[in-house]
Write a protein that binds this ligand. Structure first.
Ligand code: C2E
Ligand code: CA
Ligand code: CA
Ligand code: CA
Length: 279
């Protein structure tokens, strides 16, 4: 709705204008970040509840802006997706995880599989499997050392196309994880059409798991159903020993969260692996 005030004719309120300017500015900063390599990856350990050892990690991107400091991915990933910059950023993440794993292997670090997050646009491109394969080959890295996390909404945007790409990735030997499970609308039975190896229970169901019987029931159901479908279960956002013990008692396979460790720098994660840290 146009608002006219005197000679002014504007479609947006001052607040809307300010928000739009901030977004445009952030987008141009993000464009520069891509050119100037202002990104780093942090690594959050995943603990195998059977062995108590670090059995994997999730790579999480961080933007280190020279003046603004560390910008959270929650702030810039949506904008990167909107502007198309996510393709360049996503390619950088795939190459960086492969390069890091290869460097750790060469240095004698006892490496574990590292999962990276994918966006829908990377699937839409059509050459994702070829891109991953070429990075694995370039770094002489086994496909068992890289895993991929995909959300249900990514898969549901183009189920046929996503399914095809997922089968290509599985044929390369990569493991696929269903991220943020429980926050969308699909049932696991429905998602079983897609070749996932594991399911990540979203933090939303873990936070109150020890106090909210509904959340505990949902977690139990996800674990039982996933196991019946031969998939492993990872609980996200585990912050307390009580949450961990409840999840263990329900048969959850792996946990990830501040209870064991927040996401840490590559050097700190390598030190954890070398020290054989666990719970
Ligand atoms: P996500 O994939 O669900 O990642 C888990 C988020 O939960 C991470 O936030 C992590 O730091 C946080 N977290 C882990 N343990 C705990 C805990 O115990 N308590 C709480 N409160 N939080 C915990 P982060 O690193 O800020 O990432 C946010 C989101 O940004 C990710 O959610 C993911 O969707 C996206 N993202 C991060 N890196 C990438 C990337 O390389 N590519 C893409 N496409 N998306 C990414
Ligand atoms: Ca994830
Ligand atoms: Ca998640
Ligand atoms: Ca999430």
């Amino acid at each position: 709705q146009a608002k006219s005030g005197g000679e002014r004719l504007s479609f947006y309120s001052p607040e809307q204008n300010a928000a739009m300017m901030a977004k445009l500015e952030l987008e141009s900063l993000l464009r520069r970040a891509c050119e100037e390599q202002q990104f780093v990856l942090y690594y959050q350990p995943k603990i195998d509840l059977g062995s108590g050892r670090i059995a994997g990690a999730e790579a999480l991107i961080r933007w280190i802006h020279p003046e603004r400091g560390m910008v959270s991915p929650a702030q810039f990933i949506p904008l990167a997706e909107e502007s198309g910059l996510i393709l360049a950023i996503g390619a950088w993440v795939i190459a960086s995880v492969c390069a890091q794993q290869a460097a750790w292997q060469t240095a004698g670090v006892p490496v574990v599989p590292v999962a990276l997050n994918l966006s829908a646009a990377q699937f839409g491109q059509g050459d994702l499997a070829a891109q991953v394969a070429s990075q694995l080959a370039a770094h002489r890295l086994g496909s068992d050392l890289v895993e991929l996390e995909l959300t249900e909404s990514l898969v549901m945007r183009d189920p046929a196309g996503a399914g095809q790409t997922m089968h290509q990735l599985r044929a390369l030997g990569l493991h696929l994880s269903l991220d943020d499970f429980g926050t969308g609308y699909s049932s696991l039975a429905h998602l079983k059409r897609f070749p996932f190896n594991s399911v990540k229970i979203d933090r939303a169901f873990v936070t109150d798991i020890t106090t909210n019987p509904d959340d505990a029931a949902i977690a139990s159901a996800i674990i039982a159903m996933s196991h019946n479908l031969r998939m492993l279960v990872i609980a996200e956002g585990v912050e307390t020993a009580e949450q961990l013990e409840l999840l263990r008692s329900k048969g959850c396979d792996l946990i990830q969260g501040y209870y064991f460790s927040p996401p840490v720098s590559a050097a700190a994660f390598a030190a954890m692996l070398s020290a054989g840290q666990g719970i």
